[in-house]
Design a binder for this molecule. Structure first.
Ligand code: ATP
Ligand code: MG
Length: 784
């Protein structure tokens, strides 16, 4: 079937070729980072198409992000051309939305259902927690939200949960009521949350075997990337889809069904690729067992191992391997590369996160001068809030950057308002959306009016949206009535454009509809009239949204408003509007999965950040954090930087940082350590001054550096701790009356020395901070 000269096999190593050419019901490709898993998947799809074993429409490929899906589609197109169109390459969520929209009438939804993101869910949850007075039982909106999410990922719904819950516990009872109520509200709003998209698709397939059969017949080849991060619902979805066609059911009347067997009782062929060392979504219900037990679940599955890494230099791989080796519950993998040693990993210790950011900016600048494009560099951090310091310095240093995920264009209030206007037109049952725009712009409609409208809707069994048009019957004053009538008219006008009756909408309808809503509602005018510079930025963002609708129309000439809203709702963390050319990418470690860059800066390598302080205390937490760290390291092709700061302003306070335990796991010889050249320009000034009273006070952050000083004793001490060279003052002779300088406390006079040997304690009266007792052996002090 294949010759080695086949262009699809060229440039693949033997096990990779195996993985591309194997034909059978189930194939598992397990391999470490950068070994070509995604590449093999892409070539496999291309080879199925090329050999005509499958039509594009028979292929379902699942990736972890929309961005990855786009890249895979592009690569397949490069390999086989236009033919690639018509394939489903998407995330689990997008695939489920497509299925649910088509089948919406099976379970009483309409195809224009809304998708609630976690912000929408939170808003609804806040209301429910309040209504049920659940706070008295220690329930919080965030807590309830995450628990419901977990249950749904385990395919537990409100009913099945209620059956198992201990209802004699009042907190459990209230939780269960909220869960029920929440689902009722979603249904009423014709809305799904993200977890529902998966779970409801599984329920749909189970409840309607002929619907399931339709998709089983359609998809003969299913391929899943990043399989280690699938959760139970996703796993069950795959199981449903790969079952053999169950057969036609024929209604014989009287509730009797006859099953007509099919000719081919064979399920779809399934290919999954993954790396259990990169499983980083357990907190979202990902189950590593999906990969470790694949062979049991799919008997006769072929397993291919890939061991050659094509991404990173040996030094980077060695660092990655030496870290991940510390996870006790894993099979050891041998990853090797023919790339050569490469540059050493560079470590950096700075005074503060500003200092760290400045170092990174300087390095980016110098790497850029060597001819490396900005888009080949990435900066990773554990938590979103760490990006701020980096952004500040990057802006000052004129380094073009963009944040992947995190900026959340679609999370901005004005964008959510604009989308709520669209949703109010398309899915009027979505009360949350209608309530959101009720008084935006300000129409003089307060909480009392809102409640009255809601009550009228309930009393008359109509939707909140429809109740708006009944201002007179509700008994509202003329001014408010006028405002509501105007809102009603605007929504209707947009409806005629977005959803014209009896004909297809124009390709430009989304843009036009949005413009009508923004202009005629007065929303834009209000922002334009405002003197607030923030509002100016909001107008620009709305312009950008209009531009997005234009681009959508260009890319999807037949796309409807529902398609547009789906696309927007599914824009996942790592996805962004604009392309990445010419900018440095900033992102969290989670977002970095699957990507690769020439140069990677892994920042904030400190205890409490990585491992994160919450995860560190949870069962399995430190292991998962180590995998996350491993994912970060293995994104780098040529240059890897690990940086940390001595102090960090976080959680609203400045605190002394501790080097991450993971640093100790990398052999010292692999890292070339550097220290901040000094805090001359006050880089990290305020923070480091807090720790060192001796440092000059006149230096303010932001002043250009004039000279470079040697690192302070405190930083050297910190660096020593990081690199394992801990200070030992064991021999320091001290007596009452001696003057000492302490890195943190400044200068002071020794009152007395007690204890003996390694346990000698100096009682020091510091000039600024008063008396302290210090263990001489390890204290950062010197005699002056
Ligand atoms: P991750 O675990 O991070 O998702 P992966 O196993 O999916 O990694 P890929 O992204 O497919 O790895 O490949 C890593 C890099 O190595 C890519 O740049 C890819 O093009 C390249 N590569 C893979 N196989 C080969 C090969 N046989 N020859 C040359 N380059 C290869
Ligand atoms: Mg990959």
């Amino acid at each position: 079937l294949f010759s080695d000269r086949d262009p699809l096999l060229e440039g693949l190593n033997p096990p990779q070729r195996d993985a591309v050419t194997y034909r059978g019901p189930a194939l598992l490709i397990v391999a470490g980072a950068g070994s070509g898993k995604t590449r093999v998947l892409t070539h496999r799809i291309a080879s199925l198409l090329e050999s005509k074993e499958a039509w594009p429409s028979q292929i379902l490929a699942i990736t972890f992000t929309n961005k990855a899906a786009g890249e895979m589609r592009e690569r397949v197109e490069q390999l086989v051309g236009e033919r690639a169109k018509g394939m489903w390459i998407s995330t689990f969520h997008s695939a489920c939305v497509r299925i649910l929209r088509r089948e919406a009438d099976h379970f009483g939804f309409t195809k224009s259902f809304t998708i609630y993101d976690s912000g929408d869910v939170r808003a609804l949850m806040k209301r429910l927690v309040k209504e049920h007075e659940a706070e008295t039982f220690g329930l919080t909106p965030a807590g309830v939200q995450s628990r419901i999410s977990k249950l749904k990922n385990e395919l537990q719904d409100a009913e099945s949960h209620a059956r198992q819950a201990n209802m004699s516990d009042p907190a459990e009872r209230v939780f269960s009521e909220i869960f029920h109520d929440y689902q009722r509200q979603l249904r009423k709003a014709n809305a799904f949350d993200f977890d529902d998209l998966l779970a409801q698709t599984v329920y749909l397939f189970r409840a309607f075997p002929d619907v399931a059969d339709k998709y089983r017949r359609r998809f003969t080849h299913i391929l899943v990337d990043e399989y280690q991060d699938t959760n139970h619902a996703q796993y069950q979805l795959i199981r449903e889809l790969t079952k053999p066609v169950q057969g036609e059911s024929m209604d014989l009347g009287g509730g009797m069904l006859a099953i007509m067997p099919e000719d081919e009782p064979q399920g779809a062929s399934l290919t999954v690729v993954g790396d259990s060392d990169q499983s980083i979504y357990a907190f979202r219900g990902a189950d590593i067992r999906n990969i470790t037990e694949f062979e049991r679940d799919f008997p006769g599955a072929k397993v291919v191992l890939l061991e050659q890494n094509y991404r990173s230099s040996q030094n980077i791989l060695d660092a990655a391997n030496s870290v991940i080796r510390n996870n006790f519950d894993r099979k050891d993998k041998k990853l090797w590369t023919s790339e050569g040693e490469g540059a050493p990993v560079i470590g950096f210790t700075g005074y503060s996160q500003h200092d760290e950011a400045q170092f990174i900016a300087d390095e980016i600048d110098s790497i850029r001068r060597k001819g490396v494009d900005y888009s080949e560099m990435a900066v990773f951090y554990r938590t979103n809030s760490q990006s701020r310091a980096l952004e500040e310095i990057f802006i000052r240093s004129a380094i073009p950057y963009r944040i992947m995920g995190g900026t959340k264009f679609y999370d901005r209030a004005e964008i959510k308002d604009a989308l709520a206007y669209l949703v109010a037109v398309v899915n009027p049952a979505d009360e949350l959306a209608v309530r959101r725009i009720l008084n935006k712009p300000k129409r003089g409609i307060g909480a009392v009016t809102e409640t009255n409208i809601a009550r009228f809707a309930v009393d008359n069994d109509i939707s909140f949206r429809d109740a708006i048009a009944h201002g007179a019957a509700i008994g509202l004053g003329p001014k408010i009535r006028g405002a509501l009538d105007q809102l009603d008219a605007v929504l209707r006008e947009a409806q005629a454009i977005l959803l014209p009756e009896g004909e297809d909408a124009k390709p430009t309808s989304v843009t036009e509809g949005l413009q009508v809503l923004l202009n005629k509602s007065g929303y834009l005018d209000t922002l334009r009239r405002s003197r607030d510079p923030q509002d100016e930025a909001r107008v620009e963002n709305l312009d950008e949204l209009v531009a997005v609708t234009r681009e959508f129309a260009r890319n999807n000439p037949e796309g409807t408003i529902v398609d547009f809203l789906t696309e927007v709702a599914l824009v996942a963390d790592s996805d962004d509007l604009d392309d990445s050319s010419g900018t440095v990418s900033l992102m969290t470690l989670h977002t970095a999965k699957g990507l690769e860059f020439d140069t990677v800066f892994l920042t904030g390598v400190e205890e409490d950040l990585i491992p994160h302080r919450i995860a560190a205390g949870e069962p399995g937490g430190p292991q998962e954090e180590r995998r996350l760290f491993y994912v970060g390291i293995t994104r780098a092709r040529k240059r890897l930087y690990l940086s940390l700061a001595m102090t960090r302003a976080q959680f609203g306070e400045v605190s002394a940082a501790m080097p991450s335990r993971f640093l100790q796991e990398i052999p010292a010889g692999l890292i070339d350590w550097r220290q901040s050249p000094g805090d001359v320009n006050g880089r990290g000034g305020t923070q480091s001054r807090a720790l060192n009273a001796n440092r000059p006070r006149e230096n303010r952050w932001g002043v250009k550096p004039l000279e470079k000083k040697a690192p302070s004793a405190a930083l050297s001490e910190f660096t020593n701790r990081v690199t394992g060279k801990v200070r030992d003052n064991g021999d320091l002779e001290l007596a009452a009356g001696d003057r000492v300088r302490h890195d943190d406390f400044g200068e002071g006079t020794v009152d007395q020395v007690t204890g003996i040997g390694a346990k000698r304690i100096a009682h020091v009266r510091f000039d600024e901070v008063g008396p302290k007792k210090l263990l001489i052996k390890v204290a950062p002090i010197e005699k002056i």
